[in-house]
Write a protein that binds this ligand. Sequence first.
Ligand code: NAP
Length: 487
Amino acid sequence: MSEISNLCDVIIFGGHGDLAFRKLMPALYHLCNDGYINEHSRIFSTTRAAITQEEHLELVKTKLKEFLAQGQFDEAKFENFKARLHLVKVDLGNVESYEELSHLLGENPQRERISYLSTSPDFFGAICKALSVWRLVTPQSRVVLEKPIGRDLVSSRAINVEVLKYFEESQVYRIDHYLGKDTVQNIMALRFSNRIFTPLWDASNIDHVEITVSESVGVEGRWGYYDEYGAMRDMIQNHLMQLLCLIAMEPPCSLDADSVRDEKVKVLKSLRPMSAADIQQKTVRAQYTKGSSNGQIVPGYKEGEGVANSTTETYAAVRVDIDNWRWNGVPFYLRSGKRLRNRNSEIIIQFKSIPYSIFANKGSCISQNKLVISLQPRESIQLKLMNKIPGLSEQMRLQQVDLELNSPTNEERKPEAYERLMLDVIRSNPTLFMRLDEVEAAWKWADIILQGWAENIVPMKSYSAGTDGPTAAVELIARDGRSWHDE
Ligand code: NAP
């Protein structure tokens, strides 16, 4: 038992959708059972489906068994959890259909209300409007928006304008689930609580930064969604950009939400906009073709449902330049793709070479120091340093070894990103959520590249499923005399 937070009503719009069952319910199950949510709080799941409360509870139970990690489902804990679960029939686009929800929430008018919009963004405006029409938006209400918030600056603005007709900006929590990962939060701890990194964290000491998010899975049946977005919109504009901000931002004056977000926005506003020539030189887009993944032959992207003529990239790589004092001349290389050899997310901070090696004629080459922040599949932080190979050899032989940061913890289990984020919404702490100006600054930068791609100024490359991606991504970084960390 850790703490009892505010009494609240959580309403999951799209409560029978994939995300709700895969991530949100497991997060709430843990938070309730670990004592973070008041036992009198209620969790409403909305659906159009004609099912009963009993059937809803059975379905949640089945899904929890499916999506909780092995050994985490517990019958007694489910009994405790299920007392808070309620089904409510809502057709998202039909304002009349919110009547039952309105009655249920009206039973506790003073209670803090968290509306989690786990739906397509097409419904965000309609849901917020319906909540307002039924007078369900109070100063204690918060609304959580799932990604994607638009597919460019214009559509993102349109969605936000709709939401902000009914909620204040301070009530809006835009999720980027990468920010809920412990190791991602640890980037701030690492940078701002360790003096040794302070003088090293700039262009005079850092050669370049790599941010990679590779997935071994394909589109998993979500062609309708994915084909509208692609790797740049689905991953780079949001998740990888947020990671870049945490690495590049100046120390905030405090940990409060606006101080942190002010610093992130400054980074986003310093991203160098790309010219047409830059887009050709510094960006790569590609689609996967048939190949072999985990020992199985898998079809190419265009063999998916209704995407035979698709021009959507399943892989994107880009060199980002940040025009400010700290980062002038330090490229950030970002890449992300689907159906790659490995599932792997990591950030590499590569330091510059030493000015001169006294070991060169002793048969040792010196590798550059690297700080490796791994987010997936394992969360870890390693500093790669040179060290003498022990022994009596006349030659001073060196090797690169890892200094690994291990945090001892009494927690039995590492919380999932969605637990952290859901709890922060309950605690009214928006630090890990994106403010409107962050979203817009990131779109402004990405839109220029997307426009160039739409005009075909960069050819679409291909890569076989199950490989490390297109060779054009290797060439992208090789043009600068560098190579990806894993090559
Ligand atoms: P989903 O399963 O496709 O949809 C969620 C719910 O929306 C459905 O269960 C459905 O509810 C309702 N809905 C769909 N069309 C409707 C319509 N025409 N009228 C009324 N209701 C309708 O979505 P999801 O995969 O859970 O994802 C939800 C959001 O999170 C999306 O924006 C997605 O991009 C984002 N997201 C998802 C994931 C993931 O892993 N799934 C990851 C990151 C972000 P009923 O049929 O029950 O009424």
